[in-house]
Design a protein around this ligand. Structure first.
Ligand SMILES: [Zn+2]
Length: 172
């Protein structure tokens, strides 16, 4: 099924009834709480959301959000790029009490019809995905913050020592 662009306001329950999917970008400027952890609020995160109703009749929304943001390096106080990625797997409930009965595979989305509550939940998830302490791998070269298990991206960088060796070699 094709995905509709991300609307400004989402009615989670109706979207679930209709089995809708959305895909689009959400500006950081729309997420003031998230932006308060960042250096600047330019940019956006890519969001994809799928709504539906499971075999138990629970309305859910699954999705993910990812994007690149900048935080302040806690070592050198310069900006450092952070790759954010958050996943959502929310079951919709109408009260906190109902939330406690939700199957464990879902996080609760207590929805009372406020069209912004889903975006708030998404923003919460993004805030939780921020590193506790942002820092460059090496402040001298301002490398990007990376997860320890992320793939290295500097394979094609020239090793300064090999350049030096070549220069020396040229003199012969
Ligand atoms: Zn640094």
């Amino acid at each position: 099924m094709s995905k509709a662009p991300l609307p400004n306001k989402i009615d989670p329950r109706r979207s679930a009834e209709q089995g809708l999917s959305y895909e689009g970008s959400l500006a950081l400027q729309q997420m003031v709480r998230l932006a308060s952890y960042l250096v600047g609020d330019e940019g956006a995160v890519d969001v994809s959301l799928s709504f539906g109703k499971d075999e138990e009749g629970i309305r859910y929304v699954k999705g993910e959000a990812e994007g690149t943001v900048r935080m302040l390096c806690q070592r050198c106080l310069e900006p450092v790029r952070i790759e954010l990625k958050a996943q959502l797997n929310l079951g919709m409930v109408s009260s906190e009490e109902a939330a406690s009965k939700l199957p464990r595979r879902y996080d609760p989305l207590v929805t009372q019809g406020d069209p912004q509550e889903l975006y708030r939940a998404l923003e919460d998830e993004l805030i939780l995905s921020l590193p506790l302490i942002a820092h460059h791998d090496d402040c001298e070269v301002k490398t990007e913050y990376r997860d320890p298990d992320a793939k290295p991206e500097d394979d094609d960088k020239v090793n300064p020592f090999s350049v030096l060796a070549q220069l020396k070699g040229d003199k012969h």
